[in-house]
Unconditional design. Structure first.
Ligand code: RB5
Length: 149
């Protein structure tokens, strides 16, 4: 299974994504994936931006190739992460979006809505997202047009 291909994942959540983050982290660790968890570490209220920025920064600077962010809807985390150069954060609460975000968009952060989906689907989305390669070709040209100076 591909989670062996991507050996290091950086994760973060706010309070609304905390419980799901713990479930996803346990799934990944159970399959031998090294996980860096930037927090949050409880259900006490925090600002999603603080955790989204930490993950996006380490994707942007190349420290990690893949990240996972979880907040209540996934919206705030994806907005925050996509401000960082080189970050392609995909909010994907369904399997088709998770697959296509890899195949066509080479997404490097998967964003989940902890208040929208269940833990079982979250784990399926993570597994599928990690297993799905980028199609390249014409899609690479389109990615190169994303950045605005
Ligand atoms: C927190 O209440 C909530 O606003 C946050 O988790 C997220 O959904 C924001 O986009």
């Amino acid at each position: 299974m591909c989670v062996g291909v991507v050996m290091k994942i950086i994760m973060g959540s706010d309070h609304a994504g905390f419980a799901m983050k713990e479930k996803v982290k346990a799934f990944l660790k159970g399959r031998g994936v090294e996980v860096e968890d930037v927090g949050t570490h409880s259900e006490a209220s925090v600002d999603y931006t603080d955790f989204g920025k930490q993950v996006a920064c380490k994707i942007s600077d190349g420290t990690f190739e893949r990240g996972i962010l979880i907040c209540g809807t996934g919206l705030g985390m994806s907005m925050t992460a996509n401000r960082f150069k080189g970050v392609r954060a995909a909010l994907a609460n369904d399997l088709f979006s998770a697959i296509m975000s890899r195949r066509h968009n080479d997404s490097n952060i998967l964003v989940l809505g902890g208040r929208l989906i269940g833990d079982t689907l979250a784990v399926q989305l993570v597994e599928t997202w990690l297993e799905t390669p980028f199609d390249g070709g014409r899609h690479q040209r389109r990615l190169e047009k994303m950045d605005v100076d």
